[in-house]
Design a protein around this ligand. Sequence first.
Ligand SMILES: [Zn+2]
Length: 346
Amino acid sequence: MLRHSTQMIHKNQFDAALVPHFRDIVKKIYSKMLPVQQKSAEILKEKLSNAAVWQTRTCPVCGCADNLPLSEGAYHYGVQVVQCEACGFSYSLKVLTETHDKWMYETNESFYEIYLQLKKEPVYKSLEQTKAQYIIQAASQFVHQKGHFLDVGSAVGSVISAAQANGWHATGVEVNPLFLKESKSKGLNVVSGFFPDALSAQYHAQFQAISMLDVLEHMVDPITFLESAKPFIAPDGVVLIQVPNLNSLYIQLDGEQNTNYCIGHWSYFTPESLNATLEKAGFENLFLETYISEFDKVQQFPESDIQYKVQQLTGQTLQHIDELSIDWLHEHLLGYKIFGVYKLKA
Ligand SMILES: [Zn+2]
């Protein structure tokens, strides 16, 4: 468990389910931007309709070619998610070629405009900043001394801002031009490009902490990606990882319509498979939890569906639906995001 003191941030402080009207605020921004979003989706669809930009693959964790459709229909927004029969890893059977995969992050500008607008909304921004502080708090607890911090996919720079405020030297890596412009306007130190290629060898063994928040699920080959990060980790350094939780009660209830099933999400993690992936890449787990409950969304499903999914996921039967709470979800690792801290294996 993380150590506690009076100034400690608790994970429920950045749980949107606990913020009154949060969903309405987000909905309002998205509805305003709907035409832009639709246009962006059309461009993406047209660009990716050519069969040559797609390739079929085997399990990225163990290489096995045998798999089962993850759920009945299995086609989510044009993405077929399957589960490896050998190791149980869930992944998108088809992936984009590297060029087209990268193209999505560099040029899908209208989508990022919406996203940037959302990130600037005060309530959203405040939650994001609190989460960033929580990440830095975790990093500070697992390192011997604060030094250099790297945030991979630093977006508008919330994590590196929080790291700086906490006494770290912080660097970000980001490829999106809008996000780069935004973080540079705040005076943050951000390198343009994709990690790790964007960082020269002068950064080797430099970072006491490297965070990758919502990054690993975008990787076609998460193990190779994690291995490529190793040279940049200082002796005794840690890696902090956040990914969507495929086993979260909300995603499980929402099923195939859940927006996590999308083009660009190539790997789908559970707490167990995240640890197995990191283990295979040469990392050892120090801490694992779930945060962000989506509890308000969970509560909108019929009681019988909730009961069934809880039973399926935990093997436990709820005596009464009131037993279910945000704390209960996290105790059973059924929260929306998985957060793990890892170090290099000795
Ligand atoms: Zn496998």
